[in-house]
Ligand binder design. Structure first.
Ligand code: MGD
Ligand code: MGD
Ligand code: MO
Length: 683
């Protein structure tokens, strides 16, 4: 298999880089960005560069493990692992029915072939699974309600913008290739504004940094809208032709005069007016809205209010303008644009019961009855570390009779398993990858054999189905057989339904999705109920019981007030450069750069607690407690403390020990940042 091959990074990341990988002597030798992916051709991130280390890391799991009574793990054969799993699954099914098994899949890797898991569970007779998503659904739903669909212009169209608002997004860490386009735009004369309670690396080239109180961006946007409307800086013809509900929206915005916005957001009136001048005076405007801002109980309404700013200023459908949130144009295989994919289906005749809220995983698992859950199967996810309210997730897992976890490493979640199965990496099985920022469909090619006894999930399911005595014909129809030929045939069949897509073409390089447009909404056809951009949405009320208008309400936890009186600080737990959530942090090269989890505090909040840089501190609330090293940050908004998510509990991390199992206002997302805490110095 030696040579240079086209492949793609399947991490849950905006960039979804096109790659070229060199293999020699059956081992990975080098990785570089693929020149034909015009969104990501300018180099790899450190995680991409550390892939070779990850694949050959001595701590990688290479064979099945079984937990002993003492709690430690011992190596077992595949034969024993499959036999034990098949026996437990069959016994549980006989006793309580197939729905007593929870199938949980996280976002650890993307790919079409991952979609075979439900086919196995159907062969098994059914299961229970989750609904909602930890990542982005409040913003997806807000976008769909407003514009009718989730798409945006090609990443490189940002170069045409003259004003860029990075709002609750930190691409210098989470979408490094977007920074290249922002820099090009600035060179061509564009202005950059960043709205974030933290002054992030992304703010380096910004002329204005607005640091609102977390969870108040909706009020900020409504206040801006009010200033724009009263100043006449709105696009009347565009509104008349394409916007639904403008008058009602203007009425709402009028309730947010600058003095009130200053009180809510803690943004000086002067700054608000400066921002309104920029937004009203410079076009085209693109708002790059991040996922970080929609992790609150009021965040779908916030996102709708932001989109409204573009609608009233006519900044949609022309080059350099628009709403850059999620571009699902490459999602041609399933239909993620179908919003029902994100909700529990109404009908109950599917053997797969979709009844566990991901955002409330621990509680929701224990609320299942008819039948209650007895077994969990977890793959591509690390819910102990990444889902809200870790103590409840641990308790629910420990309540079960039997747990199987498939992973590459012994994560916090794998440590809870009875059987751990070793997972493939991206280089060890072919798959087809879509993206949510650029429009490319890419091949993630198999370029090396799995090391040790690693088996890809599709093979695990195939063997398990046979062990369970499922008729061979049924298995054949549902799952690809072990081996590269069957996998390629399976992928080729999926691709074949789409003109222009084939394995041969994808082997050469990334292929733009059939029908993908460069400038979103250029046709001004918005597939909403009214056919217009909906500032007033009946669906918001019908589906979510929310206000038809993007009304602002405070987030659920208000640090220092009411039920959170004892917890005056807001804990933000964003993503960080050198890890993808709970992945990569365990590698020595990443560890060398970032040796321990830390809590960033503003100098003001640190001084008030007698804390100096490097002190051990305890951050706590009623849900949990975590000890970290303090890192003072002079640019952080006072009242906010920051700890990156992804550090394992086993590494002294685990920010979700403190977060609440709570859904966002729409979309069944997780309100991670709606989280009030207190901090004290230790010892
Ligand atoms: N290197 C790296 N890249 C990644 C990931 C990763 O883990 N590492 N993860 C990928 C995934 S799955 C995701 S979801 C994305 C997420 O990437 P982003 O969309 O950038 O989201 P976050 O990092 O969660 O948060 C972005 C910013 O939102 C700010 N923020 C928090 N609350 C508020 C608020 O109330 N108002 C405003 N205005 N800002 C707020 C935070 O301070 C943070 O700087 O990144 C993807 N890319
Ligand atoms: N407090 C707080 N928590 C958060 C967030 C936050 O902002 N704050 N962000 C949330 C967001 S946006 C996201 S997307 C989630 C992400 O959380 P998860 O969906 O759990 O994703 P990861 O931590 O990236 O990866 C999970 C596991 O997948 C494994 N894995 C990778 N590839 C494969 C494979 O091919 N097969 C198998 N079987 N396993 C594989 C990895 O080794 C890793 O242990 O975290 C959420 N959690
Ligand atoms: Mo995410």
């Amino acid at each position: 298999m030696d040579g240079v091959f086209t492949t793609a990074c399947p991490r849950n990341c905006y960039s979804t880089c096109g790659l070229r990988v060199e293999v020699a002597g059956g081992r990975l030798r080098a990785l570089e960005s693929h020149p034909a992916n015009h969104a990501t051709s300018n180099g790899l991130c450190l995680k991409g560069l550390s892939y070779i280390e990850r694949v050959y890391d001595p701590e990688r799991l290479l064979h099945p493990l079984e937990r002993e009574r003492t709690g430690s793990f011992r190596r077992i054969s595949w034969d024993r692992a499959l036999e034990r799993i098949a026996t437990e699954l069959a016994a549980t099914r006989a006793r309580r029915g197939p729905r007593s098994v929870l199938f949980y899949a996280g976002s650890g890797t993307k790919g079409l072939l991952n979609g075979v898991a439900p086919a196995f569970w159907r062969l098994f007779g059914g299961c229970t699974t989750t609904y909602g998503d930890l990542c982005w659904p409040a913003g997806l739903e807000a976008t769909r309600l407003s514009l009718g669909d989730n798409l945006h212009s090609a990443p490189w169209d940002l170069v045409n913008a003259r004003l860029i608002l990075l709002w609750g997004k930190n691409p210098a860490e989470t979408n490094i290739h977007q920074m290249g386009f922002i820099e090009q735009a600035i060179e061509a004369g564009a202005r950059l504004v960043v709205v974030d309670p933290r002054r992030t690396q992304s703010a380096e080239g910004a002329e204005l940094v607005v640091q609102p109180r977390p969870g108040t961006d909706g009020a900020l946007a409504l206040g801006l809208a009010h200033l724009l409307i009263t100043a006449g800086s709105v696009d009347r013809p565009f509104i008349a032709a394409h916007v639904h509900g403008f008058e009602a929206f203007a009425g709402l915005a009028a309730r947010f005069p600058p003095s009130r916005v200053e009180a809510i957001c803690d943004v000086p009136e002067r700054v608000l007016r400066d921002l309104a001048q920029l937004v009203g005076g410079i076009a085209p405007l693109t708002i790059c809205a991040g996922f970080g801002m929609q992790r609150y109980t009021n965040s779908a309404q916030t996102m709708r209010a932001l989109i409204a700013l573009l609608a009233i200023t006519g900044n949609l459908g022309v080059p350099g303008a628009g709403w850059v949130y999620a571009n699902l144009q490459s999602h041609v295989f399933s239909d993620p644009k179908d919003p029902l994919a994100f909700y529990p289906p109404a009908g109950d005749d599917d053997p797969i019961r979709v009844s566990v809220a991901t955002a409330r995983l621990g509680h929701a698992m224990r609320e299942q009855h008819d039948p209650p859950l007895a077994v969990a199967w977890i793959e591509r996810g690390n819910p102990v570390t990444q889902n809200p309210e870790t103590p409840s997730v641990l308790a629910a897992l420990r309540d079960l009779d039997f747990r199987v976890v498939t992973d590459q490493f012994l994560t916090d979640t794998a440590r809870e398993a009875d059987i751990v199965l070793p997972a493939k990496t991206m280089f060890e099985q072919s798959d087809v990858i879509t993206a949510y920022w650029h429009p490319y469909i890419q091949l993630k090619a198999k370029v090396i054999e799995p090391p040790g006894e690693v088996k890809p999930e599709s093979e695990i399911y195939w063997h398990l189905a046979h062990r369970l005595g499922i008729p061979a014909g049924e298995i054949e129809a549902a799952l690809p057989a072990p081996g590269d030929g069957a996998v390629e045939a399976w992928l080729a069949r999926r691709l074949g339904a789409h003109p222009g897509l084939s394995l041969e073409r994808l082997r050469e390089g990334p292929v733009p999705a059939p029908g993908a447009v460069e400038v979103a909404w250029a046709d001004r056809r918005f597939p909403t109920p009214s056919g217009r951009i909906e500032l007033w949405s009946d669906e918001a009320r019908r589906r979510w019981g929310a206000d038809e208008l993007p009304t602002w309400a405070p987030p659920c936890e208000r640090p220092g007030e009411g039920a959170s009186a004892a917890y005056p600080l807001q804990l933000l737990t964003p993503n960080t450069k050198n890890r993808i959530h709970s992945q990569f942090g365990n590698l020595p090269s990443i560890r060398a750069l970032d040796p321990a989890p830390r809590l960033q505090l503003s100098a003001v909040d640190a001084a008030a607690r007698g804390i100096v840089d490097g002190d051990r501190v305890r951050v706590f609330n009623d849900r949990g407690s975590l000890e970290l090293a303090a890192a003072l940050d002079g640019s952080l908004r006072p009242g906010c403390v920051v700890a990156h998510n992804g550090w394992w509990l086993a590494e002294g991390g685990g920010v979700n020990l403190l977060s609440a199992a709570r859904e966002t206002d729409m979309g069944h997302g997780a309100a991670f940042h709606d989280n009030a805490v207190e901090v004290e110095r230790l010892g």
